[in-house]
Design a protein around this ligand. Structure first.
Ligand SMILES: Nc1nc2c(c(=O)[nH]1)N[C@H]1C(S)=C(S)[C@@H](COP(=O)(O)O)O[C@H]1N2
Ligand SMILES: [Mo]
Length: 327
């Protein structure tokens, strides 16, 4: 049974997160921001449907096509339609640029050229890659993955990139390395969003995995989406995609990859460990403290935002690949 619903522009306003709230109470700010959770996570998109900004939106994803791209046959489709590209490009989480979903325009300020990714820590071959080197060394492929945000919305997205395992083989973590930490680009002068740069937020955005998780077949670095380079709002030029985990585990705009012996502190887990655990596998039987994770709002068709209610699957449907990591 599905349930289709279109959000009306008057239902939720991004202005509900006012600067006053932010100044008066950190805790309340975080609740209203993150935790507006399901409600505010489905903000209306009407604000960017004006013709001038929709032109800029298209420019934001009219990017160089990835040459001679092949879809990995193991990940060529899932049981639902790929999200409308323009919809996916204006429904994002990128808190460096603000707390709402409609940050795509602000994200165009992200400087991506030149870009370097430093691979460091407990590895035999530490490396600093630029994008050309990454693309040359690691053949890119397309994979259609389900994507499930902790806020209980989901999409199907066609990523382009390479498996994290290929990087592991190239840099060779030492026997001591047990964890990896990914660090996102951060420069408050550039990424300044409304009210998100107060000292208490643990910037830069960082995420981490156990090494066995990183070595899993599914773990993926995306350098593209919809057959072309990654738009800035999706975390250009390189971001992590871990389809069996909640979306927040996939750091965007990665500048550093470190191999560590101890489990690293991470962004959301530092903000609230009860609400955002380090592992964060998609699990319909484990509710978020403030909402159920049993179902999700599946977003696919544009141009307006609408969804179908769907049952959430354990490991987001990827149990056959990853369940053995958690026995
Ligand atoms: N650096 C950074 N990475 C991030 C985030 C963020 O705010 N900053 N948000 C995360 C969350 S909560 C989600 S759901 C996904 C959203 O990716 P998308 O906008 O490409 O759909 O990015 C993740 N990676
Ligand atoms: Mo998310």
């Amino acid at each position: 049974m599905t349930h289709l619903r279109v959000v009306k522009s008057w239902e939720i306003s991004e202005n509900e997160v006012t600067s006053e709230t932010i100044y008066t109470n950190r805790r309340r700010f975080l609740k209203s921001l993150i935790g507006a959770g399901i409600g505010a996570s489905l903000l209306p998109l009407t604000g960017c449907q004006k013709s001038s900004s929709s032109l800029a939106l298209e420019q934001s994803f009219q990017l160089p096509k990835i040459p001679s791209l092949k879809t990995n046959p193991a990940f060529a489709s899932v049981d639902g339609p790929i999200a409308d590209e323009a919809l996916a490009a204006r429904y994002n989480n990128f808190y460096e640029f603000g707390g709402g979903k409609n940050i795509w325009l602000k994200a165009q300020n992200l400087p991506t050229d030149p870009w370097k990714v430093e691979v460091t820590g407990l590895v035999k071959n530490p490396q600093t890659y630029d994008l050309e080197q990454l693309k040359k060394q690691f053949p890119l492929e397309e994979r259609i993955y389900r994507f499930r945000c902790v806020e209980a919305w989901s999409m199907v997205l066609p990523w382009v990139g390479f498996p994290m395992r290929a990087l592991l083989e190239a840099v060779e973590p030492t026997a001591q390395a047990k964890f990896v930490r990914f660090t996102s680009f951060y420069d408050p002068e550039i990424t300044r969003g409304p009210g998100l740069h107060f000292g208490f937020l643990p910037w830069p955005y960082q995420e981490g995995l156990r090494l066995e998780e990183m070595a899993n077949e599914l773990a993926f670095f995306a350098l593209g989406i919809y057959g072309h380079d990654l738009p800035k709002q999706h975390g250009a030029p390189i971001r992590c995609v871990l389809p069996w985990k909640y979306g927040f585990k996939g750091a965007k705009s990665v500048v550093k990859i470190e191999f560590l012996e101890q489990q690293p502190a991470t962004y959301w887990n530092t903000i609230d460990p009860n609400e955002y655990d380090f592992e964060a596998n998609v699990n319909p039987t484990k509710p978020h403290p403030r909402w159920s994770q049993a179902t999700e709002k599946f977003i696919s068709k544009g141009p307006g935002l609408s969804w179908e209610l769907k049952e959430t699957l354990p490991y987001n449907g990827y149990g056959k690949y990853v369940a053995s990591l958690y026995v």
